[in-house]
Design a protein around this ligand. Structure first.
Ligand code: NAD
Length: 489
């Protein structure tokens, strides 16, 4: 049993700079618990001066400690120890569960193992990929020499605080950089513990730092700091655009941007077992209460299987129950806060005004007080211009559109703004590969939906869903810059 009493946990809500906790510095913001809306802690927002302390110190630490210049295998060994500590730390799991939308069951069985595995993956990358020796036309030897950037600024969202931190810190640290990470101001606690464990694992103090605060003050100060040489961001498309512009005007820094999505689930008549497909579709839009960038929130279903699939989905949606994240029996995530719940309500309401029909759900679970648990919702829509089809809702809302032939299905699958992921469900391999080619998305899942902890395949969006990749060897390589060397001898 992993249930715990949230009132018995001391929440680390301060900054973590140079291996030290720093509390009470900055303007106070209130952080609430998503499960019941009660106040969890005061968060002190880092201003530009404190961000400057963290970055300047990180820049010194990464060089003076030898982290950037030591044998890469040595860095890998520290990261492996860190992964082991992450996997074995009950407090880390509790902080994640209490402070975010993630039920403890999910945190223990998925979030923590996946976080540790991402760090292990990059521990193994540390000495596996190097530069290149190239045949040149007029020099005796040409080389491409990778080197770390120095300090990487990482900014993460609230939906998967530990995973997102591991995707940013793993490759950056393995490649020999220092990191100054700003977690979301809504979920500040678990990353502090994660950074503390990194020091216990042998990471030199100052190489991984956490600064707390919102985007306008702390986040923008981090992006603009002259010693931050690269920015790695995950969050909404609007914030990503702002960060890209700030990074360009403050030193032309490279950015990795993992942004929003509105991903289609394309189901053909020949999809196979309907119950199994319904399970995939259900998980795709209800995992973390739909608060996942990769959520498959647009069902585009061929007429022949429409009725059977919808009736199975309605039955499954009716089986969900709300419950606080710190009980072992809870499986379903609340909305992160009242604002997010109101956003879901407002899009559902405008969708209905514009002709959408609620097939199941459509409102909050009753009797959950200030915890905002939204019922899994199916909306039959009559046109792609419906707001529920256009907007990233970030809640458990699945729109349903019907198609007759393949070309029509593919046309409905494309989205004017986003291109993060897509699900294709068919037993016909030719059709599956045509659909894979035809959909503009950074990831296409065929007869499955979701990644489930395999980090060799990178992730990243097309169009408004982002630039660059997280995960895979590609993210490690993106944490290095390459120096071209020509030698005559
Ligand atoms: P958000 O854009 O509001 O905030 C993300 C982070 O950016 C937060 O830490 C926030 O404080 C910070 N921020 C805000 N304004 C900033 C600024 N001007 N300068 C610097 N930092 C700033 O996103 P959110 O609401 O926390 O997260 C939800 C969004 O994240 C969704 O759109 C979701 O699709 C996206 N997301 C994408 C991926 C992916 O891999 N593509 C993964 C998870 C979440």
């Amino acid at each position: 049993m992993h249930s715990f009493d949230p009132d018995k946990i001391t929440l680390p809500s301060g900054h973590f700079i140079n291996g030290q906790h720093l509390t009470g510095k900055g303007t106070a913001l209130t952080v609430n618990r998503p499960s019941d809306g009660l106040r969890a802690a005061e968060l002190f927002e880092a201003d530009a001066a404190l961000v400057d302390d963290a970055v300047t110190n990180a820049d010194r630490a990464v060089r003076d400690s030898g982290w950037s210049s030591c044998p890469p295998r040595q860095r890998g060994a520290v990261l492996k120890r860190w992964a082991d500590l992450i996997a074995a730390d009950p407090l880390l799991a509790q902080l994640e569960s209490l402070g975010s939308t993630r039920p403890i069951y999910d945190v223990v069985n998925h979030e923590i193992p996946f976080t540790a595995e991402a760090i292990r993956f990059y521990a193994e990358c540390a000495d596996k990929y190097s530069g290149d020796v190239l045949p040149t036309r007029d020099a005796s030897l040409g080389m491409l020499v990778p080197e770390p950037y120095g300090v990487i600024g990482a900014i993460t969202p609230w939906n998967f605080p530990l995973s997102m931190a591991s995707w940013k810190c793993g490759p950056a640290l393995a490649a020999g950089n220092a990191v100054v990470l700003k977690p979301s101001e809504l979920t500040p606690f678990s990353t502090v513990r994660m950074a503390e464990l990194a020091i216990q694992a042998g990471l030199p103090a100052g190489v991984l730092n956490i600064v707390q605060g919102g985007g306008a003050v702390t986040g923008s100060s981090l992006v603009a700091h002259p010693l931050v040489r690269k920015v790695s961001f995950t969050g909404s498309t609007a914030t990503g655009a702002r960060i890209m512009s700030d990074a360009a005007f403050n030193g032309m820094k490279p950015v990795t941007l993992e942004l929003g999505g509105k991903s289609p689930q394309l189901v053909f008549d020949d999809c196979g077992d309907i119950d199994e497909v319904a399970g995939r579709i259900l998980r795709g839009f209800t995992a973390n209460g739909g608060q996942a960038c990769v959520a498959g929130t647009r069902l585009i279903v061929q007429r022949g299987v429409h009725d059977a699939l919808i009736s199975k989905l309605i039955e499954l949606c009716r089986g969900f129950r709300a419950g606080v994240t710190w009980h072992d029996s809870s499986r379903y995530a609340p909305m992160i806060d009242r604002r997010q719940a109101e956003k879901v309500a407002s899009v559902v309401s405008s969708a209905r005004q514009q002709g959408a029909e609620v097939l199941v759900g459509g409102e909050r679970f009753a009797d959950t007080g200030e915890g905002y648990f939204w019922q899994p919702t199916l909306l039959a829509v009559n046109g792609s211009d419906n707001p529920a089809v256009q907007e990233e809702i970030f809640g458990p809302v699945l729109t349903v559109q019907i198609f007759d032939d393949e070309a029509q299905g593919l046309a409905l699958a494309s989205h004017p703004t986003y291109g993060l992921c897509a699900g294709v469900h068919t037993k016909n391999i030719d059709r599956a590969l045509r659909a894979m080619r035809g959909i503009a998305a950074g990831t296409v899942w065929i007869n499955r939906y979701g990644r489930s902890g395999d980090f060799i395949i990178p992730t990243g969006g097309f169009h408004g869903s982002g630039i660059g990749k997280d995960l895979g060897r590609q993210a490690f390589e993106a944490c290095q810059r390459y120096k071209s060397v020509l030698i005559d001898f």
